[in-house]
Design a protein around this ligand. Structure first.
Ligand code: GDD
Ligand code: MN
Length: 361
């Protein structure tokens, strides 16, 4: 018993072909199933079409509302609403060959703890060759960026099968298109199995992939990296934020000297714009997956830990420039060494204390 979840938006012209193609395959393989079309309130007559098809096929349609239109959220709604535990997800435009479903299900049944993907890149798989260079480059880069997150060679695939019990739907927080990747990363799967597919370009209707979706994909990736690599991803973010704060710091350091202040004083003042900058960016970027806390209180705590860090920072700078002639000639290097020492201290304090509240996900 299988539920086939099909997300749709403007697919009225495709749904009948899909339903009959799937039915032929499932009958031949003697597999019982229901097909659940999750339509995002398309401005077409898909509801009537599915109602007609329901006379002859085990198909039904739901149209969730109260949320923005989104492919991933539609798939989640479909899984939630599914009657059976075995779920297959596929596109409505016949890009995904229905003939492969039985093999995917056999693969899944061999080890139900694993996620099964219809893959273009495993041996025997492929896609229509008339892709534009642009689409190809895009898709390759997108795939490459996801590779550290999963063993799957086709993490972009929208054709997959899995056991619903392995997924806590409330923990899924996808953005945009890549619900398969989300499930692979956040589901409790012991691994991924791939079944080769030949991906066909759609002939009816239009792809909904666009620049906005690609931007969402990058945000989604960032979120998944933070989830999978936790501390390490945060450290990299923190480092990048620190580097940008460093620029703020240096700009003020020179600006204030240009305005006539002593270099030690300039050093002490340039800390303030830099620390506020870092606090804000760490809040919205580095630790964005953690629960938000009151701004003023958190800024204050951030400043306190940074001030302790800063005494390390300024202490190193002062000691080096007043005791080591080399560093007095190259004050900039003393500044760098000071910031390095303080950053280590600050990251530890930030991660354990200032931004320590429980993660949302
Ligand atoms: N409910 C709902 N809401 N469905 C949507 C939405 C939406 O906002 N946007 C798209 N869909 C449905 C489409 O109707 C189709 O059935 C399926 O999701 C895939 O959308 P397409 O617009 O056809 O995507 P694509 O062909 O560019 O991308 C496909 O191939 C990619 C690999 O090249 C998808 O399978 C991707 O997931 C996959 O990465
Ligand atoms: Mn498509």
């Amino acid at each position: 018993m299988i539920t086939i979840v099909v997300p749709t938006y403007r697919e009225a012209g495709n749904v009948a072909n899909l339903v009959s193609a799937v039915d032929v395959v499932m009958k031949k393989a003697q597999l019982e199933y229901e097909m659940l079309v999750v339509d995002d309130n398309s401005p077409d007559d898909i509801v009537e079409i599915v109602a007609g098809l329901a006379n002859s096929f085990p198909v039904r349609i739901i149209q969730p509302d109260g949320r923005p239109r989104d492919l991933s959220l539609s798939v989640i709604d479909g899984v939630r609403e599914a009657e059976f535990e075995t779920i297959v997800v596929m596109d409505a435009d016949s890009s995904h060959p229905a003939e492969i479903i039985p093999e995917m299900l056999r693969t899944l049944d061999k080890d139900r703890s694993r996620f099964t993907v219809g893959s273009r890149y495993t041996s025997g798989g492929g896609f229509d060759r008339d892709w534009s260079l642009w689409r190809f480059v895009n898709s390759s880069i997108a795939t490459m960026l996801a590779r550290p997150l999963t063993e799957c060679t086709d993490p972009m695939s929208g054709f997959f099968a899995f056991d619903r019990n392995r997924v806590d739907l409330d923990k899924m927080r996808p953005i945009g298109y890549k619900i398969g990747l989300e499930l692979m990363v956040r589901g409790e799967f012991s691994g991924v199995n791939e079944v080769a597919i030949q991906f066909k370009d759609r002939t009816i209707g239009m792809s909904k992939m666009n620049f906005a979706q690609q931007w969402k994909y990058l945000r989604h990736l960032r979120r998944l990296y933070l989830y999978r690599f936790k501390g390490w991803a945060e450290l990299v973010h923190y480092g990048a934020v620190g580097a940008s704060g460093f620029i703020v710091d240096v700009v003020f350091y020179y600006l204030l000297q240009f305005l006539g202040l002593e270099h030690q004083i300039a050093r002490a003042i340039s800390f303030w714009p830099a620390v506020s900058w870092n606090w804000a960016l760490n809040r919205v970027a580095t630790f964005s997956e953690r629960q938000r806390r009151p701004k003023a209180k958190q800024w204050f705590e951030f400043v306190i830990t940074c001030l302790i860090g800063f005494s390390v920072n300024w202490g190193i700078y002062f000691a080096l420039t007043s005791n080591v002639p080399f560093f007095d000639s190259y004050r900039f290097l003393a500044l760098v060494v000071g910031i390095g020492g303080a950053s280590l201290f600050n990251f530890t304090a930030a991660t354990l204390f200032v931004y320590s509240e429980k993660r949302v996900n």
